[in-house]
Design a protein around this ligand. Structure first.
Ligand code: HEC
Ligand code: HEC
Ligand code: HEC
Ligand code: HEC
Ligand code: HEC
Length: 178
């Protein structure tokens, strides 16, 4: 009897993994121990977090985590121009920034952290509700001129932290298994 229930459980588990694997490929996720920090990510406009956070600007002033709060988001060029209308106007970077603001053409920032579309992640839940600091997942951003991926945000890293915090760890927490 027990044996039969276990078999049914196993069949469901195998089916779940198989359908996920069909969606996302067959390679098993990388263990977090194998993580190597990424290379510096060059940007179309040479923005420095060290300079700007040093001026007293707060993370959430530029990354607003607006409802529903999955994305931290990026600041608008208009926000930058509040200062740069007058600061460093002789810089080619600031001239590109001003042109982007004038033409309403958002700068296409190269991404540093990005999970694939089959993973569900929410900044609202982690930062606002669980109170986890940005630096725990993104490293000491305030000290960086150029960002690079400093911590693993692969499946093992997510699950390890969930285990430490007693947060849910079923496959359907982060993957839509239906
Ligand atoms: C628990 C880990 C975690 C915490 C805490 C966290 N982030 Fe993130 N962040 C991520 C992940 C994972 C991604 C990639 C999300 C994606 O691709 O959908 C990301 C992406 C981003 C992005 C790119 C835009 C986006 O939303 O995809 C920005 C900007 C960002 N984070 C800023 C912040 C800031 C600012 C804080 C603190 C207020 C913060 N993050 C806290 C894990 C975290
Ligand atoms: C509160 C005012 C303020 C805001 C808002 C602001 N900046 Fe700055 N920015 C500065 C100051 C001050 C400097 C340093 C100028 C110096 O080196 O003398 C600077 C420097 C820069 C530089 C370096 C320019 C160069 O060639 O040396 C870039 C690029 C830049 N900012 C981009 C941005 C972007 C992009 C945004 C919006 C996401 C932004 N800034 C928002 C005040 C601001
Ligand atoms: C003046 C506005 C401004 C402030 C303040 C600011 N950021 Fe950013 N942030 C940006 C811009 C512009 C980018 C895109 C360029 C880059 O990656 O450097 C960015 C990119 C990022 C990224 C990379 C997102 C991705 O996946 O591509 C993270 C993570 C991040 N910021 C976290 C933070 C944290 C944490 C703080 C506070 C310590 C902070 N930011 C403060 C403007 C800002
Ligand atoms: C630094 C620790 C930490 C990391 C890293 C982390 N999480 Fe979490 N996560 C939490 C905590 C704590 C909660 C519980 C929040 C609550 O319920 O208040 C949570 C909750 C969640 C939830 C909501 C679960 C639910 O149903 O209530 C999802 C979805 C999630 N995380 C996905 C991810 C993904 C995807 C990653 C990796 C890209 C990740 N998390 C990385 C700590 C973390
Ligand atoms: C706490 C969040 C979380 C949980 C729980 C979770 N995953 Fe993942 N999973 C991820 C993240 C993050 C990735 C990496 C996506 C990326 O590379 O951007 C991933 C990737 C995968 C991949 C693709 C591997 C690859 O590199 O192509 C498979 C398959 C997978 N997960 C299956 C599962 C199964 C089965 C379960 C339940 C046993 C599960 N996941 C539970 C977050 C999670």
């Amino acid at each position: 009897m027990h044996d039969q229930r276990f078999r049914i459980f196993l069949a469901i588990a195998v089916l779940t993994v198989a359908s996920l694997a069909a969606q996302v490929g067959t390679r098993p996720p990388e263990p977090a121990e194998n993580f190597q920090p990424g290379a510096p990510v060059e940007q179309p406009v040479a923005f420095s977090h060290k300079t700007h956070v040093g001026l007293g600007l707060k993370c959430l002033e530029c990354h607003a985590i607006e409802a529903p709060g999955d994305y931290a988001g990026f600041p608008s060029e208009t926000q930058c121009m509040a200062c740069h209308i007058a600061i460093k106007t002789d810089s080619s970077h600031i001239q590109n920034l001003a042109a982007a603001a004038d033409n309403d053409k958002p700068i296409d920032w190269n991404r540093v952290y990005q999970v694939k579309e089959f993973v569900y992640f929410s900044h609202e839940i982690h930062n606002r509700e669980a109170g986890i600091d940005c630096s725990e997942c993104h490293g000491p951003v305030a000290e960086r001129d150029v960002l690079f991926q400093e911590t693993s945000l692969g499946m093992y890293a997510c699950m390890k932290c969930h285990e430490r915090h007693d947060a849910p760890n079923g496959c359907d927490t982060c993957h839509d298994t239906h």
